[in-house]
Ligand binder design. Structure first.
Ligand SMILES: Cc1cc2nc3c(=O)[nH]c(=O)nc-3n(C[C@H](O)[C@H](O)[C@H](O)COP(=O)(O)OP(=O)(O)OC[C@H]3O[C@@H](n4cnc5c(N)ncnc54)[C@H](O)[C@@H]3O)c2cc1C
Length: 384
């Protein structure tokens, strides 16, 4: 590739924006092709949790911490929200306490910075924990709160202004090869390198590659409250004991099997819909609540009130909100690889496919892209 390459990025979700940023920073001429008038996929439908604590030790955690640094840089340069609120995993059951204790014991050697909290300390650190039956918590300081609805378009505008990145909105790419891309109107755009960041669209470009990739689509249901009154803030992001069975980071804990078994025995409906519950708060004071996980054939175009009710039932067990009035409900779909942190393939010279960070695209994308484009990346990823 020439020093100053023409780079074409397909998709203006967070993965596409991350590659656009890192390529532009290296001096390349970047054009982003987005089929919609603005990005409306998973990247604007999420909690806005930058979530190093859920990533596996090693590559995942390292990429998350590099991303964290990048979000803080963005906040400084653009005024976007990137609140270093941290997180608390709440424990309301003995088996949840056991997992948290085992994790805290192993955390330092794995690179996580965590602190076990007594119930009193939890209640001091957050206004939102349900004190009823509270047994303790795990505090971490590495998580950020970002506002995806505001951030995604603002990053595109900033890339355009700061680096001259060209955004071609309403422009679907219908084929790509080593010479560049062809848009839906039949226009050929020459590129030295094409990066396909098409999210959960497996049909349009390289369908045979996707068919053999192992990637699956996952649908998540979400809810948001109205803005809480009187500038009430919940503090750190909250994860429930159910979340411990969701993120791979906790698989190092011997007690995780016991916790999984109890949930399967007591509340099989939660496993049926992949429900674990979390809460974050955006800059408008809304509390974002979720979520469920349904894969491929289970995915219905319609949302299920049963799933929303189960999410709210579980949240009410672990948190107390001043106002539970729901203002919005939606779902999002992301691509996920069953084993890898993300999916990367090179179907032909000069063409790369990058997708599938699963439920961690806001957490991983900047770090993964930086490692690819910037040969001088400091891989220590220490929080700024
Ligand atoms: C409900 C929900 C909650 C989540 N919560 C979190 C969280 O708190 N923290 C976190 O780290 N992650 C979270 N995630 C995961 C994260 O949102 C995703 O991993 C991430 O947004 C995926 O980004 P993407 O760019 O791959 O996909 P998308 O955002 O879907 O972007 C892909 C883009 O490509 C465009 N496109 C596709 N094909 C073409 C084509 N042929 N031509 C032109 N354009 C094309 C699409 O229009 C789309 O805009 C959550 C996801 C969901 C759904």
């Amino acid at each position: 590739m020439a020093d100053q390459a023409a780079v074409g990025i397909v998709g203006a979700g967070i993965v596409g924006l991350a590659h656009a940023w890192m390529a532009a920073e290296q001096g390349h001429r970047v054009t982003v092709f987005e089929r919609s008038p603005q990005a409306i996929g998973a990247s604007i439908r999420n909690f806005g949790m930058v979530w190093p604590i859920g990533q596996t030790a090693g590559e995942g955690l390292e990429a998350a911490l590099i991303s964290r640094r990048r979000w803080l840089q963005l906040a400084e340069e653009t005024g976007l929200m990137a609140d270093p609120c941290g997180s608390i995993h709440l424990a309301h059951r003995e088996d949840e306490v056991a997992v948290l204790e085992e994790f805290a014991e192993r955390a330092p050697s794995l690179g996580y910075d965590v602190q076990l909290l007594t119930p009193a300390a939890v209640l001091k650190a957050t206004t939102v924990a349900n004190p009823h039956g509270l047994l303790g918590g795990l505090r971490t300081t590495t998580e950020l709160a970002v506002d995806p609805v505001a951030a995604v378009p603002a990053i595109a505008a900033w890339l355009s202004e700061r680096y001259g990145v060209v955004f071609e909105w309403n422009t679907a790419v219908v084929s790509a090869d080593s010479s560049g891309v062809v848009t839906a109107s039949g226009r050929h755009v020459a590129c030295d390198r094409v990066v396909i960041c098409s999210g959960a669209d497996f049909e349009t470009l390289f369908p045979a590659l996707f068919a053999g990739s192992g990637l699956t689509r996952c649908k998540l249901q979400m809810l948001a409250t109205i803005p809480q009154a009187d500038s009430w803030r919940m503090g750190p992001h909250i994860a429930s004991g159910l979340t411990l069975r969701h993120y791979r980071a906790f698989e190092v804990c011997p007690s995780i099997g016991r916790l999984r078994q109890r949930i399967a025995d007591e509340t099989p409906e939660l496993n049926r819909y992949g429900i674990h519950v979390m809460a974050s708060q955006n800059s408008r004071g809304e509390v974002i609540l979720g979520d469920s996980h349904e894969y491929e054939q289970e995915i219905s175009p319609f949302d299920s009130t049963e799933i929303d009710d189960l999410i709210l039932r579980e949240l009410r067990r672990c948190i107390v909100l001043p106002d539970w009035t729901i203002s919005r409900r939606w779902h999002g779909i992301y691509a996920k690889h069953p084993t890898a942190t993300h999916y990367a393939a090179e179907p032909m010279p000069g063409v790369s496919v990058r997708t599938g960070p699963g439920g961690a695209g806001m957490t991983l994308s900047f770090g993964l892209a930086e490692r690819e484009w910037n040969p001088h990346t400091d891989l220590s990823g220490a929080p700024a």
